[in-house]
Design a protein around this ligand. Structure first.
Ligand code: SF4
Length: 199
């Protein structure tokens, strides 16, 4: 297992494999309003340290490594309460149910499990937009999907060309790599010129 996959790459891959390739294989990343907003919101959780909040103990900005999964993980918060320990990942927006966030959280939970030798059956996604937490069960189906995504990312490192993009108007319009990826232009030129030779 040579390539150590970053948990955040799982999120990027589930959003669009092409985006993940740009960021983690080519090392190219551009910001847009959404990524900058997310970065600003994250500033306070990114500070390493411990905090007691009532019955809950919070450990901020912890790095974990899973030898089993070949995974490197940065957790926003690891929380301890009622004898349980679990990851809490902070996200901008208020919409829950995004698969990419669930996969990233699951990777954190599995890496934490390996570190502490104790089951981590759930985690939370905290959304700044609604100031609400979503409890996510780290069940076997989600774990299997997470493992498969890690494997798919590892395979990207052997590819000389980026994989096909999702070319989804809604997602592409929010993607910070849109001016690098040029999904509309690729769509227009498809079948007319050997586009892939120029990237
Ligand atoms: S612009 Fe669209 S196809 Fe290109 S990387 Fe972003 S999401 Fe993927």
């Amino acid at each position: 297992m040579d390539v150590l996959v970053e948990a955040h790459a799982i999120n990027a891959y589930a959003y669009c494999p092409r985006r993940c390739y740009y960021e983690y294989v080519e090392g190219v990343f551009y910001h847009n309003v959404y990524t900058i907003h997310g970065k600003l919101l994250h500033e306070h959780v990114d500070r390493f340290g411990k905090e007691q909040r009532g019955e809950r103990q919070l450990h901020r900005s912890l790095h974990l490594r899973s030898e089993k999964l070949g995974l490197s993980v940065r957790c926003d918060v690891i929380e301890e309460a009622d004898g349980m320990i679990y990851p809490v990942e902070y996200k901008r927006g208020s919409q829950s149910g995004w698969e990419n966030n669930h996969l990233q959280l699951c990777a954190q939970g599995m890496a934490l499990e390996e570190r502490i030798g104790k089951a981590v059956p759930f985690g939370y996604l905290f959304y700044y937009g609604s100031f609400r937490r979503e409890k996510v069960a780290l069940d076997e189906e989600l774990r299997e999907q997470t493992r498969q995504t890690i494997e798919a990312i590892r395979n990207l490192y052997g590819q000389e060309q980026p994989p096909a993009g999702i070319d989804d108007g809604h997602r592409c319009s929010k993607c910070s790599m849109v001016d690098y990826c040029l999904p509309q232009e690729r769509g227009r030129l498809k079948g007319r010129v050997p586009w892939e030779r120029f990237i």
